[in-house]
Design a protein around this ligand. Structure first.
Ligand code: NAD
Length: 424
């Protein structure tokens, strides 16, 4: 008798609830593998750690840290680490599960994992951030490793934080282990092209989807929520392809310019001001007005649960590119599908980052590094090939791209599960 998990209480719109619904929707397409589907609803391993650190003023603060390994049937765990005040075990479980699906969707030899610390990094000094990162790494050190589970950047984490994680793990194990994390600085075994890889994948999958919709990127109006690593890189690439970025929103504000922003000016403003708020090259608007903006392409690239059923009815875009993980709740997904809005789901759309993380891991093992051109050519080829296979599956069964991505990915995960068999 399979039991549901006692310690999470998912709702229809919560991250784990959203993921469970997505799994339920794929069951009819799994054939004999449906026997194993409960595997996908039961994360393999979850670690909650206390992260005590000494603050600069001498106080001792405690933070809650997590690392979840959702499924390791196809290889070591792989997935980012998030520093955010809203991080919970339930959120990290969903993010880890989406990593299992994403890694299988692009056929990388990885399982899915994710980690996080419940904290507001903006309130920490650089030294406090370093101490917190190092203590967290040490605490999760019992389950991570180059062949076991390989963290990477996510919201509010970056190459510097990956360098601290790599150093801490290496100090604890007694030898330099560059392959324990990806998204490192290039001079510490990082890969060229990694920083912009997720945004690039959003662009490449978006370009393919636009072609199928007969939507010309030249002059296409783009709205981007979240102007960090993913959103800003994707916005720049659409701008370079002739698109106009007409709206942007982040935690500092929401801005609009019907003629398109001057991207160089906007990037410089974000760098100096810490966000899009206050940018003079556009008008400020209320946060909720962002969802009413007249645009062709909408890129949610911030956090989960942003496209609710109510917002889905108002969205004007023809194409939604999910740069963020889990931005659309299931009821909103249905409304977008009914309204004929094409959604390229997170589990393929934002897979560019983990694909170049895979390249980084391979380069670290072989100690032989590729050029940025080689990285980008290989990335584009993998993303386009994976999307084509997903699209063929969607056409064959007349299902959404999300369910088709789950169908391709879950077949791979559960085939590995069935072939390995149950131990003992
Ligand atoms: P980031 O920290 O670089 O940027 C996050 C952005 O979201 C910032 O611009 C921030 O201001 C904005 N934001 C935060 N709260 C917001 C709110 N309430 N409303 C509007 N905007 C808000 O993070 P990132 O790495 O760009 O990650 C963004 C999303 O992409 C996340 O869902 C993450 O899981 C996903 N993702 C990231 C990667 C990667 O390689 N970094 C890979 C795949 C998916």
């Amino acid at each position: 008798m399979t039991q549901s998990l006692s310690f999470v209480h998912p709702t229809a719109d919560s991250p784990w609830g959203t993921y469970l619904m997505q799994v339920d929707r794929v069951v009819p397409y799994l054939g004999h593998l449906a026997r194993w589907v409960e595997t996908l609803k039961h994360p393999k391993r979850m670690l909650i750690v206390d992260v005590p650190i000494e603050m600069d003023d001498g106080r001792v603060a405690h933070f809650e840290g997590f690392r979840v390994q959702h499924n390791l049937s196809r290889g070591p765990g792989k997935g980012g680490v998030r520093f955010h005040p809203d991080v919970t075990l339930e959120e990290v479980m969903a993010l880890a599960a989406w990593m299992s699906v994403k890694n299988a969707a692009v056929n990388l030899p990885f399982g899915g994992a994710k980690g996080g610390i419940r904290c507001d990094p903006k309130l920490l000094s650089n030294k406090e951030l370093e101490r917190m990162t190092r203590r967290y790494t040490s605490e999760i050190g019992i389950i991570i490793g180059p062949q076991r589970d390989i963290p990477a950047p996510d919201v509010n984490t970056n190459p510097q934080i990956m360098a601290w994680m790599m150093d801490t793990y290496s100090m604890n194990t007694g030898s330099t282990a560059t392959g324990v994390v990806t998204g490192k600085p290039v001079d510490l075994g990082g890969s060229l092209g990694r920083v912009k890889a997720t945004g690039r994948g959003v662009f490449v999958t978006g370009r393919e989807a636009a072609r199928r919709l007969n939507l010309d990127l030249n002059g296409a109006r783009v709205a981007v929520q979240g102007f960090g690593n993913v959103g800003a890189a994707a916005a720049e690439l659409f701008n370079q392809a002739g698109g106009k970025v007409v709206a942007a929103q982040d935690h500092t504000g929401s801005i609009f310019n019907g003629h398109g922003f001057d991207m160089a000016d906007l990037m410089a403003h974000v760098k100096s001001a810490g966000g899009v708020g206050g940018f003079k090259g556009g008008e400020a608007m209320k946060a909720e007005e962002f969802w009413d903006v007249d645009c062709d392409i909408l890129i949610p690239a911030a956090l989960e649960g942003q496209i609710t059923a109510e917002r889905a009815r108002r969205i004007k875009a023809k194409l939604v590119l999910e740069g963020a993980n889990g931005p659309t709740v299931p009821s909103a997904d249905d409304i977008l599908a009914e309204r004929g809005v094409l959604v390229v789901p997170d589990v393929i759309c934002n897979a560019g980052g983990v694909t170049v993380s895979y390249f980084e891991w391979v380069q670290d093992f072989s100690s032989f590094f590729w050029t940025e051109d080689e990285i980008n050519v290989r990335l584009d080829k993998i993303m386009i090939g994976a999307l084509k296979r997903i699209w063929d599956t969607a056409d064959r069964h007349t299902i959404t791209l999300r369910t088709a991505t789950f169908a391709v990915a879950c077949e791979r995960i559960l085939t590995a599960r069935a072939e390995r068999g149950l131990y003992p």
